[in-house]
Design a protein around this ligand. Structure first.
Ligand code: SF4
Length: 480
């Protein structure tokens, strides 16, 4: 437990986020405006800015004069003290936001390119390497976003079921190893079909233009071939796909993918799939509870190619429990040997009580350094063959490192960018799905939440449909 003393300011939330860059899973108790020596971190605004850290045998105070941006200054002081304490210097500096490239684009609109670069280096303490990454991503994002029109939208379809649960999973997904969850699946598909029909009608009545479709989860290929065909058929039968530039099915876990399901995908207008190894090390797969082997992934990948699927993404994760830098290099090399169109490399986000020790400074720093070396290798091997085209950061990821989508030229996944940069409406269907309405001519965003769990989704279906009335109201308020 870390006691964070906050005196005379409102920046505690940002200071907590900064501490978690160094100690992703630490519990923080905020103590407000109390004069006490019982703290690990003191942050105070008075005649000057004062930050004191008392951590194990490390004790140090920094002071700085008040300035135009006291919050940012205080953040840099917290960063300096924790860097010295842990001997770890995060490459994204004090930047805690989840969308660095969006920040870069927005800052450039106000300050221009040169001043933005200075801001990233001098104010945010971002390294040149990460700034350049954000720069390349921003350029690709802008190119894809510029093709989106005012009445554009994307469709997200959620299948929150998986064959078993991976130990690191932070999604709401039900393992069909559980009989109750398995028995819900047929009913879930019935309701999902109804929701898709209703949503399709709303989109048509509003004259919205469908740009991309993404079926994710969970693991959509947990559905049987017939169920998969029914859901995809409902999408193609109820939405106008003539301007749709991309239709992804995140097949996901190789242990759910069969030739029959791949044929269903191929026989429908799906043009992008994801087959996710996460790692090509069998011992790591065993540790994280994935019931497939590296060989299964390779076999399914080759089968998909044989059936003519020519736009495939593979997901890898840096920093999985028990993985090594050497092991991760093997995963990157194997993924490259398969020659997919996209490779998405995530950095593991630490779950509380995961046993990974992310509240221990030494272990957290080791995890961060290991993940950083894994990403260094990724950049070394992928750069030139692929380019980074979308990126986001999750809270509690090792070293506050990023997740990056790499693509061959012209194969960038448009949905990933639309969703991440919130540039147009995402209509979402299914359990746990969130519709994000984006004003066509402004920045207003409104969210409509579906019920999270399949059981609630089914029992609360009418309420959920009532909530969808808000879509038309929103477009009446914010017409295109
Ligand atoms: S396959 Fe993905 S969604 Fe399913 S349990 Fe594993 S990490 Fe979670």
């Amino acid at each position: 437990m870390m006691r964070l003393l906050v005196i005379n300011h409102n920046f505690h939330y940002e200071m907590e986020k900064l501490v978690r860059i160094f100690l992703p899973d630490v519990k923080i108790q905020v103590i407000r405006d109390e004069k006490t020596d019982d703290f690990e971190l003191l942050t105070e605004i008075g005649d000057e800015i004062i930050v004191t850290a008392k951590l194990d045998n490390f004790s140090k105070t920094l002071k700085a004069p008040l300035c135009q941006d006291n919050e940012m200054q205080m953040g840099r002081m917290v960063y300096a003290l924790f860097s010295e304490y842990t001997n770890f210097y995060p490459k994204w500096g004090v930047l805690t936001g989840v969308r660095p490239s969006k920040l870069l684009i927005n800052t450039e609109k106000k300050l221009g390119r040169e001043k933005t670069e200075e801001y990233f280096y001098n104010d945010l303490l971002v390294t040149k390497e990460k700034y350049r990454l954000a720069r390349v991503v921003a350029d690709y994002e802008e190119r894809i976003i510029s093709a989106s029109k005012e009445n554009s939208f994307s469709l997200y379809v959620s299948i929150p079921f998986c064959p078993s649960r991976c130990s690191y999973c932070s999604f709401v997904s039900h393992s069909i190893e559980n009989e109750k969850a398995k028995n819900l699946l047929p009913q879930y598909v019935e309701y999902l079909v109804k929701e898709l029909e209703i949503t399709g009608k709303i989109a048509k009545d509003l004259g919205l233009n469908l740009e991309s479709v993404y079926m994710g989860g969970g693991t959509p290929t947990t559905l049987s071939a017939e169920q998969l065909d029914r859901v995809i058929g409902t999408i193609t039968g109820n939405f106008d796909l003539k301007n749709c530039r991309e239709f992804t099915v995140e097949a996901g876990r190789p242990d759910t993918i069969t030739e029959e399901k791949l044929r269903v995908i191929k026989n429908n207008p799906v043009d992008r799939i994801s087959i996710n190894p996460q790692t090509f090390n069998n011992s790591v797969l065993g540790v994280v509870g994935r019931r497939h082997t590296a060989e299964d992934t390779i076999k399914i990948f080759e089968l998909a190619r044989k059936l003519g699927l020519d736009n495939i993404n593979t997901d890898l994760i840096a920093g999985l429990p028990s993985d090594t830098v050497e092991g991760f290099r093997h995963s990157i090399d194997t993924a490259l040997s398969l020659n997919p169109e996209n490779i998405t490399v995530h950095t593991l986000a630490v779950k509380r009580a995961s046993g990974i020790g992310a509240d221990n400074p030494q272990i957290a720093t080791e995890n961060a350094n290991r993940a950083s070396k894994m990403l260094d290798y990724t950049y070394e091997k992928l750069n030139g063959v692929y380019h980074p085209y979308y990126m986001y950061r999750q809270s509690k990821s090792a070293g506050a490192l990023e997740n990056v989508g790499w693509s061959k030229e012209t194969y960038e996944c448009a949905y990933n960018i639309f969703m991440m940069e919130e540039c147009h409406t995402i209509l979402s269907c299914g359990g746990g799905a969130v519709t994000r309405l984006k004003a066509p001519k402004g920045d207003e965003i409104e969210r409509i939440f579906n019920f999270k769990y399949p059981f609630e989704y089914i029992s609360g279906f009418q309420e959920l449909i009532n909530r969808k009335n808000r879509i038309s109201e929103f477009y009446t308020t914010y017409p295109y």
